[in-house]
Every structure is written in C-alpha cells, then in structure tokens.
Write a protein that binds this ligand. Structure first.
Ligand code: FAD
Length: 418
C-alpha cells in the first residue's frame, strides 16, 4: 500500500487542524461509540459507512455493566432511560419440561455489585442514541454511502479510499484509520490479517413479538434462557417492554455470507415441536423470523499496523452466547480513546500506542471469544452431560453465576495502568 500522494484531478486534502484526525470505516455500534470516545479525548473524527442510511439490523442486545459503565460517560445510558429495560434477573429453564434450573438476580443487586446496570435494548434504539450524539458533536463528521476499498499508508499519514454507489472515489487523509467495518471487514483484509472465518454449525433465528401478542410469562422484565439438546432460546423485553426479543439458536448447516436473511417459520416451529408448551407458544407467537449463520474467527496475534487498527467484529467476531460482541466493541473504543488522548498529530508515538492497544485488548477479547464458543457447547448438551450441567446449575448459590463472570462484568476498559 505505498502511496505517492493524491492522484491528479482529486480534491486536495484538507490540511490538518491542530487536533489529531481519526478516520473510522464503519458506523455500527462499535464505530459510532469509538467516534464519541475519541472526540471526547480531543480527536477530530471522520466516520464513513457504506450504507446510504444507518438502518437497524438485528433486534435485541444485552448490555452488561462492562459496557454500560462506558456508555454512561457519553450520555447514552441517560438517553436510553425510557426505552432500555433493566432485567430483574436471569431465568434458566429446560426446554423439554419447562423446569427452572437457576435464577440469578440482576436489577439492583447486579448494579450494586458492578456499579453499572445490566440493560436490554433494541439495537436500533442504541444505534439511534449513538447517532444522535454523533450528529450533535462538532468534532465528528459522518459520511454515508461510502465503502472503504483501499488504504494508502505513508510515514506521516494514512488515507482511506472509499467509493460511492456510482463508483466515485473519495479519499480521506488522517493520522489514524480505524477499521470498524464488522465481521467481513475490508480494513482487516487490507491490513493483511489472515485468520479465516469459522462457521459454528449453528444459526440464530431472531424475531420481535409485540407485547400484547406474546405469552404472559414472556412479558416479565427478565432475561430468559431455555436449554435443550442441539438448541436454545433466549428472550427478553425491549423498547420499554413493548416488544419481546426472541432468539432461537439451532444446529444446522445453513451458511450464507452476510448478516441476516428471512427464515421460514415452519422450520423453527418444527425444530421446537418436542419442547414444553410455554416454549412452543412463544415460538408460535412470532409472525416472521430472520436468521443469521453464526460465524467467528480465531483470535489474532495483532490488529494494528503503524497507523491503522481494528475494533469490534472486524477485530474479534464472537459467538453471541455471552452476549458480549457489541459490549466488547464499546470497550475497544473506550480503551483506544484513553490511550490516544492527548497525542500530538505530528508525534511518532502512534505505533507504540497501537501496540499497547493490541496488548491490552487482544488477550481479553480472545478469552471472551473462547468462553462464548464453550458456552454454546454447554447450552446444547444432551444425555448424561446435559443432566450433569442441570444438576450443577440447580446447586449453584444464587450469586455464583455473577461471581463466576466477575472478570467480565467488573472490567473497566478505561483503567489503563501507565
Ligand atoms: C444472534 C446475535 C445476537 C447477539 N446478541 C448480542 C448481545 O446480546 N450483546 C452484545 O453485546 N452483542 C451481541 N451480538 C453481537 C453484536 O451484534 C456485534 O458484535 C456488534 O454489532 C458488532 O458491532 P460492530 O460495530 O463491530 O460491527 P457491525 O455492527 O457489523 O457494523 C459494521 C459497520 O460497518 C459498515 N461497513 C461494512 N463494510 C464496510 C466498508 N467496506 N466500508 C464502510 N463501511 C462498511 C457496515 O455497514 C456496518 O454499519 C449478537 C450477535 C448475533 C449474531
């Protein structure tokens, strides 16, 4: 990617103002949150997304305290006050007979333990809250309909080349480029990071059921997990309780590159036909489904080059079984902003700082990637192994689950020792 400077006929680049300039490719949850954290740390940000409008994809998201404590800093927890739901607990049941195997209180006890709340939100509500803050922030410029196609790195700057729907090229020059462009990241491949995608053999089926059409038990402000051989279901209310988000994970061999595709309700109804009545009623209440092939990548040894790095799914796509993908993307942005705060645009310190970012973030996200995969196996156990899992869950003291994940939820990505 060596560069000779702007091509003839191109608009000359804007000279740097005194603030360092960051270019973020991808305005998903990770990119938008990083833009806000970096702007607070004194950076001028250009953020570009290939989509002409930032439409919501997906449905519900769980935000754990390790993410909400960071979102509080940029006003997002307050913005979500009316629409996020604070679940009172995590209720784990068996799919076949509906028996409860464990209940973990979240709500106040989770908040007092971790100093920040567990929240469940509609993805669009979180994305819109981030977007509104980005639009109000004078140091951030958002560009839509521009797809990153190439990167030119020079000693003192980096350029991202983007094309629009008419193949017109736009070039942004910056001190740093951050690839926040998701699972199929172009930035990642331009950085020469090799690890191939790993298909999990599982697909996620997602739907939203209006509260009035959902079975009564599903309207409770709880996160619910139903375990069964080769499948599990997660559901919780979102949108201030007006919608119930349901995710059914099943083992199958469907795989399609992309984020979402319509799913045939007959397939999911038939897959859960031997489950207990409550679970079947919940599945039957859905009018339509979207499905995702669940894909991750093995952890990398590095994400950064001299003037570019990655965050979120571009860096560490993970299985959703710890509900941490978006939360880790938010952690990445917060950590990067702490490390990059106060850096002079002309300085040569950038490469060293990005190395520290890799050293801080890769071990943590690799552990979560590994745990999330393992969790998927445990959820789908059958026979004697499944029986042992259920017995162990029944014997757990009430707060043992939170204790077990203390390392995950107590983490404060802003705390970086010097
Ligand atoms: C079934 C399921 C359930 C989940 N549940 C949870 C949960 O409960 N909690 C949680 O924390 N996480 C959850 N996740 C994970 C979470 O959704 C992702 O980890 C998170 O959205 C990643 O955010 P991101 O910003 O890194 O990437 P994305 O959200 O994928 O955003 C990438 C952005 O980059 C843009 N883009 C792509 N290519 C280019 C390009 N070449 N140029 C410019 N722009 C580009 C895209 O348009 C997009 O806007 C779940 C995932 C799945 C599949």
């Amino acid at each position: 990617m060596p560069d000779e400077g702007p091509e003839p006929g191109q608009t000359p680049e804007k000279p740097f103002d005194r603030k360092p300039h960051g270019l973020i490719a991808g305005a998903g949850i990770g990119g938008l949150a990083a833009a806000l954290f970096l702007a607070r740390a004194g950076w001028r940000i250009t953020i570009a997304d290939r989509e002409p409008a930032l439409l919501e994809v997906g449905a519900g998201l769980q935000l754990a305290p390790n993410a909400t404590r960071l979102l509080k800093d940029i006003g997002i927890v307050d913005d979500l006050d009316d629409i996020a739901v604070e679940p009172s607990g995590l209720h784990v049941r068996l799919g076949r007979d509906g028996q409860t195997v464990s209940r973990t209180p979240l709500g106040r006890s989770g908040e007092s333990r971790f100093g920040a709340p567990f929240l469940v939100v509609h993805r669009a509500d979180l994305q819109n809250a981030l977007l509104r803050r980005v639009e109000q922030e004078p140091a951030i410029e958002l560009q839509l309909g521009l797809r990153l196609v190439d990167i030119r790195e020079r000693e003192d700057s980096i350029a991202g080349l983007f094309i629009d729907a008419h193949e017109q090229e736009t070039r942004f020059e910056a001190d740093l480029l951050v690839g926040a462009d998701g699972l199929w990241s172009k930035a990642r491949s331009l950085a020469g990071l090799p690890s191939p995608t790993r298909y999990s053999g599982k697909t996620a089926w997602r739907t939203l059921i209006p509260r009035d059409e959902a079975p009564l038990f599903a309207r409770e402000a709880e996160v619910n997990l139903w375990l069964g051989p080769d499948a599990h279901i997660v559901h919780y209310p979102v949108c201030g309780g007006h919608e119930i988000n349901v995710v059914a994970i099943i083992e199958d061999d469907w795989r399609e590159e992309g984020w979402s595709a319509p799913g045939n309700p007959d397939i999911v109804n038939s897959r859960f036909r031997n489950w207990n009545t409550k679970a079947r009623d919940l599945i039957a209440a859905a009018a339509s489904w979207n499905r995702w092939a669940l894909i991750d990548r093995a952890p990398e040894g590095r994400w950064s080059r001299a003037r570019m790095t990655l965050l979120g799914d571009a860096a560490h796509p993970m299985m959703p079984f710890l509900a941490q993908g978006a939360s880790q993307a938010i952690e990445d942005g917060a950590a990067l902003a702490v490390l990059l705060g106060g850096i002079a645009p002309e300085g040569s310190a950038l490469a060293g700082i990005l190395k520290r970012y890799d050293a801080l973030r890769i071990p943590r996200t690799a552990r979560i990637q590994k745990e999330a995969r393992r969790q998927g196996t445990i959820y789908h156990l059958d026979g004697a192994a499944g029986w042992m899992r259920d017995a162990a869950l029944r014997l757990l003291p009430t707060d043992a689950l939170l204790q077990r994940y203390d390392w995950l939820f107590s983490h404060d990505a802003r705390q970086i020792s010097t």
